[in-house]
Design a protein around this ligand. Structure first.
Ligand code: GLU
Ligand code: ZN
Length: 259
């Protein structure tokens, strides 16, 4: 049997909080128990939100917690060509189509996806292949959507024609995470239950691209005293704030249930 490969894949959109620490420590613990490897990947394809200072802080906070990982760290914004290559394959097989609608123009249905966003009504799915090719070749700004009816995947269907690559960005979380997990040989994806609804979509993309599906484990989320999911928007204290207040890394590991 080959060596198990785990990864922790934060987005540098803010400082890490206890929820991230739990996920990272759990990945490290499971990797060690399995005699496996631990990778760190920075998911910064959403350039409107990612900031270099958050990336530096992530590395510092994880090291402070006592974690180590293999180098080099994969930084997604340096690998757009890999995501484009898979988008090209998916387009060739008719699994995705370019969508030229702006957010405002995109007609929607009354049904909603697991994130609460209304399903796209499918306007650009109806363009002829020639018209779609002509507009892409002419440089018209477009994102990419999955043709969910054609995929005929009952579990992923809740997403409707999900955006697989965003306008202007050339990628999105879904195509990037599936591409990288495969390229990096990840065998075990350990991440929060908040991402569990996206997993059927990731498995669908793996099936279409002929990629192996890793084992998925979705862990409970760390909640605050009010039972809310930790986040910057509700003012959850970051690891660095806790550190500045004098809390030790050992105390945090203990609090989270890691000896
Ligand atoms: N980058 C994602 C996040 O920070 C995690 C993705 C994953 O673990 O698959 O929420
Ligand atoms: Zn469209």
């Amino acid at each position: 049997m080959s060596c198990p490969v785990f990864r922790f894949a934060p987005s540098p959109n803010g400082y890490l909080h206890l929820g991230h620490a739990y996920s990272a420590l759990l990945n490290a613990q499971m990797a060690a128990a399995a005699g496996g490897r631990l990778l760190l990947r920075i998911e910064d394809t959403d350039e409107s939100r990612a900031r270099p200072e958050f990336l530096a802080a992530i590395l510092e906070d994880l090291a402070w917690l006592g974690l180590s990982w293999e180098e080099p760290v994969r930084i997604q914004s340096q690998h757009f060509a890999d995501y484009q290559a898979n988008l090209g394959r998916l387009w060739e097989m008719g699994a995705i189509y370019p969508c030229f609608c702006s957010r405002k123009q995109a007609g929607v249905l009354t049904s909603r996806d697991p994130e609460g966003q209304p399903h796209y009504a499918g306007h650009c799915r109806g363009l002829t292949a020639n018209e779609a090719r002509r507009r892409v070749a002419s440089g018209a700004i477009h994102g990419w959507r999955i043709d969910m009816a054609r995929a005929a995947d009952p579990e992923a269907a809740v997403w409707g024609d999900a955006v697989i690559a965003k306008r202007w960005v050339g990628s999105s979380y879904h195509i990037a995470v599936v591409t990288d997990d495969a390229l990096q040989g990840v065998t075990h994806v350990v991440r929060g239950k908040d991402i569990a609804p996206a997993t059927p979509l990731h498995i669908l993309l793996q099936r279409l691209l002929g990629l192996a599906t890793p084992h998925y484990h979705h862990h409970d989320l760390i909640l605050d005293e009010q039972g809310r999911k930790l986040s910057k928007s509700i003012g959850s204290r970051s690891l660095r704030q806790l550190r500045q207040e004098g809390v030790s890394a050992a105390a945090i590991r203990n609090q989270l249930g890691f000896a």
